[in-house]
Design a protein around this ligand. Sequence first.
Ligand SMILES: NC(=O)c1ccc[n+]([C@@H]2O[C@H](COP(=O)([O-])OP(=O)(O)OC[C@H]3O[C@@H](n4cnc5c(N)ncnc54)[C@H](O)[C@@H]3O)[C@@H](O)[C@H]2O)c1
Length: 359
Amino acid sequence: METLPLQDYNIYVGDFDQRLSDWLAEKVYSRLLIIVDQNTKMHCWPLLEPVVSAYQHSLIEIPAGEDHKHLETCQQIWQTMMEARADRRSLTIDLGGGVIGDMGGFCASTFKRGMDFVQMPTTLLSQVDASIGGKLGIDFMQVKNSIGVFRNPQAVYIDPRFLRTLSARELRSGFAEIIKHSLIADREQWEELRQISDLGKVDWPKLIVPSLRIKQRIVEIDPFERGLRKALNFGHTIGHAVEGHALETDAPLLHGEAIAVGMIAETYLSHRQLDLSAEALETITDFIRRIYEPVALDPATFPELLRLMSNDKKNESQAINFSLLPAAGSVEVNRTASPAEIVESLEYYNEIVAVGNRI
Ligand SMILES: NC(=O)c1ccc[n+]([C@@H]2O[C@H](COP(=O)([O-])OP(=O)(O)OC[C@H]3O[C@@H](n4cnc5c(N)ncnc54)[C@H](O)[C@@H]3O)[C@@H](O)[C@H]2O)c1
């Protein structure tokens, strides 16, 4: 097991059983509340149950998926916590992907003004990204993660065994954040990644740790997103808008799929606004296009996408804020782009994917 220490908690990578068992024995919580959805109950709970069965515990099962990451599901979680007589000395274990991590952590942080929680991410996306950095929250009025708090877990247990039951589509979605980490901070890792042609043959544990280290380094320097942390937003200004819009259609996109769209469009903006070379633009967009299904954007939706972008929490005054790439492996935060430039980047995206489903 590898340990990555952060200022006030540790990330453990590897089989969690012994480490969690020792930790629980040390801590003495009044009750454990384990949040699962139907998939993590079936595939992941059997690994965790033997470790927690010696303690008073309740399982809180919520419906799976982003379209349940809202207030109503929080009410269900808080109600079950209340019925289980949870108190501030209880511990929540978020056993699931980014939706459970963000929402479960948010519910634990607000229930009776806050109880401890542990992240146990079970998707690739949550293992390399969502479970660390302390951002918790839910979607509200179609705006992603618009209600939430910053609060750190007691620990994060990243166990690659969970990935065995994850679908190829979910793995591909998580891979988007690994691509992003390398593009903003690690040219060498990017050069290695871009040799990948078949995600089915990837040794995931080998990619997870370096990717985690990039996020760890950034969130430690800037835990509340006042500056450097905005670097992690590369691909997300446009990606979040595309994701938010797609959520309202009958063809919702996974988070990483929307971020892949955003990364292509924002790489184009990087080329237009910074020194990113035409060659780098082509290499990056070509790699992303090879990995992800094309999703052509209907130009009639561009005004709606712009509206969603202007609601992004990271904006300051009226301008839409971007983190862009001067070169592969480095990033510049607090860039802005005009609506016309953003539309041009969406048109570029449409051109390079050429055909595909419209959202
Ligand atoms: N807090 C942050 O810093 C941060 C960063 C990035 C993304 N996010 C959030 O993360 C969310 C997306 O997370 P996600 O991609 O993990 O989606 P998710 O949580 O919806 O999980 C995806 C699907 O996989 C299933 N699943 C989970 N683990 C499984 C396993 N081991 N085997 C089989 N099925 C499994 C889930 O039930 C779900 O159906 C978004 O809401 C996004 O906003 C947060």
